[in-house]
Design a protein around this ligand. Structure first.
Ligand code: NAP
Ligand code: ZN
Ligand code: ZN
Length: 359
C-alpha cells in the first residue's frame, strides 16, 4: 500500500488515482477532526458514477491528484459534533456530489447550492471552503461532512441500492421536476446506464409515457421492467424516423460523443431536451441548429440538485420503493468496473462494498 504520513486529523484508508488516467490503488490519508457542525461517517457503500471515470481520466478539466473519487456515499453516523442537531450516532447518512457551499449567494439562499455562485465544495476533485484543502470522496472508509450537506436515507430501502440515488437519482429527478414532467406527456430517456435507469423510474412514477433510447439491444427487457413503455434501439437504421415531432421532453444521459440533432428532431414544437450527460471535452456532441430553431425547441442542461431537493428525492424513493439496480463490487475490482462502464456494460450501477477495503 502506498501511504502518506497522516499528520493531523483522522487516518482513513481508501482508493485513489495518483495521477491523471492512473489506475486506482490503495491510499491512506487524513480526514479533518470533526468540528462542532460535522458528522463523522462510516462509509458502507459508494456508487461508481461515470463522472468518476471522466475525472480520473482528466477528461473535463485539470484534476487534483491524488484523487479519491466517489460521490454516491451511503453509511452510518459514527459520531457528531456538539452543535449537530439533525443526526446522531447510528443514523443512516448519505453524501452526494457536494460537501459545502458559500450559503449566502442567490443560488444557496434558494436551496440551489449546486449552482452556488461563489465556491461549491464538491465531494472530491475540489477544495474545501478555504479553496486550498483538497476534498476526497467516498471510495474510503471514513468521511467527515458538515451536517448541512448530509442526507437522511430511507430506512426501508436496501442501503447499497440507495447509494446511487445520491448522484444518479438527484441528477435525473431534478430536471424531470423542474420541467414538470408528468401525466399526458411523452418522455424520452437517452442512454440506459446509472443515470438513465433512475430517470426511467422517475418519469414513470411521475405518470409520463416513457421511451428509452439505447444503443444496447440487450437492455430492452430491463428497460421495460424499470418502467419504459417503449424501447428504441438507436443503432437500427431509421429507428427514430417515425417518432419525429412527438416528444414533450427528452433527457439525455449519454457519456460519450454523439449527435444531438436526431434527438432534438424528436421534440414537438416548443418542447425541451435536457442534457445531463457530459462527454469528454474532446468529444463535444454535435448540435443541429436548424432542428432547434425550426420548431422553437429548447436545449438545456442541468447539474445534480440542491440539498433540499435531494432529501425530497430520497423521501420519494422511500415512499415509492424506488432504488438502483446494482452490481456490488469489492473495492479491488474498481478498475475493472471503470473498463466495463466505458463499454456501457453496466446493470445499472456498480457499487463498492467498503467492507472489502483491507483494514
Ligand atoms: P453510464 O452508467 O456509463 O451510462 C451512460 C449510458 O450512455 C451508457 O450506458 C449507454 O447506454 C449510453 N451511451 C454511452 N456512450 C454512448 C454513445 N456514444 N452514444 C449513445 N449512447 C451512449 O454513465 P452515468 O453514470 O449514467 O453518467 C452518464 C453521464 O452523465 C456521464 O457523462 C456523467 O459524467 C454525467 N453526469 C452528469 C451529472 C450532472 O449533474 N449533469 C451527474 C452525474 C453524471 P445504452 O447502452 O443504453 O446506449
Ligand atoms: Zn455522479
Ligand atoms: Zn453560494
Amino acid at each position: 500500500m502506498s501511504e502518506v504520513a497522516v499528520k493531523s486529523g483522522i487516518a482513513t484508508k481508501g482508493y485513489a488515482a495518483m495521477k491523471p488516467g492512473g489506475t486506482l490503488v490503495p491510499w491512506e490519508f487524513a480526514r479533518r477532526e470533526p468540528g462542532p457542525h460535522d458528522v463523522l461517517m462510516d462509509v458502507a457503500y459508494c456508487g461508481i458514477c461515470h463522472s468518476d471515470v471522466h475525472q480520473v481520466k482528466d477528461e473535463w478539466s485539470e484534476g487534483i491528484f491524488p484523487m479519491v473519487p466517489g460521490h454516491e456515499v451511503a453509511g452510518q453516523v459514527l459520531r457528531v459534533g456538539e452543535k449537530v442537531t439533525r443526526f446522531k450516532s447510528g443514523d443512516l447518512v448519505g453524501v452526494g456530489c457536494m460537501v459545502n457551499s458559500c450559503r449566502t449567494c442567490r443560488g444557496c439562499r434558494e436551496g440551489l447550492e449546486n449552482y452556488c455562485e461563489n465556491h461549491l465544495a464538491v465531494t472530491y476533485n475540489g477544495t474545501e471552503m478555504d479553496e486550498v484543502t483538497p476534498t476526497y470522496g467516498g471510495y474510503s472508509k471514513l468521511l467527515v461532512v458538515d451536517e448541512a450537506f448530509a442526507l437522511h436515507l430511507p430506512a426501508n430501502l436496501d442501503l447499497a441500492r440507495t447509494a446511487p440515488l445520491l448522484c444518479a437519482g438527484i441528477t435525473t429527478y431534478s430536471p424531470l421536476r423542474h420541467w414538470k414532467v408528468g401525466k399526458g406527456q411523452r418522455v424520452g430517456i437517452v442512454g440506459l446506464g446509472g443515470l438513465g435507469h433512475m430517470g426511467v423510474q422517475f418519469a414513470r412514477a411521475f405518470g409520463a409515457e416513457v421511451f428509452v433510447f439505447s444503443t444496447s439491444d440487450h437492455k430492452t427487457a430491463d428497460a421495460r421492467r424499470l418502467g419504459a413503455h417503449e424501447v428504441v434501439n438507436t443503432r437500427k437504421e431509421g429507428a427514430l424516423e417515425a417518432l419525429k415531432g412527438t416528444f414533450d421532453f427528452i433527457l439525455s444521459t449519454v457519456s460519450s460523443g454523439y449527435s444531438l440533432g436526431s434527438y432534438i428532431e424528436l421534440l414537438k414544437r416548443d418542447a425541451t431536451m435536457v442534457v445531463v450527460g457530459l462527454p469528454p471535452a474532446n468529444q463535444p456532441p454535435a448540435v443541429d441548429l436548424m432542428a432547434l430553431v425550426s420548431k422553437r425547441r429548447t436545449l438545456a442542461g442541468s447539474m445534480i440538485g440542491g440539498i433540499a431537493e435531494t432529501q425530497e428525492m430520497l423521501d420519494f424513493c422511500g415512499q415509492h420503493n424506488l432504488q438502483s439496480d446494482i452490481e456490488l463490487m469489492p473495492i479491488d475490482q474498481v478498475n475493472t468496473a471503470y473498463e466495463r462502464l466505458l463499454k456501457s456494460d453496466v446493470r445499472y450501477r456498480f457499487v463498492i462494498d467498503l467492507k472489502t477495503l483491507p483494514t
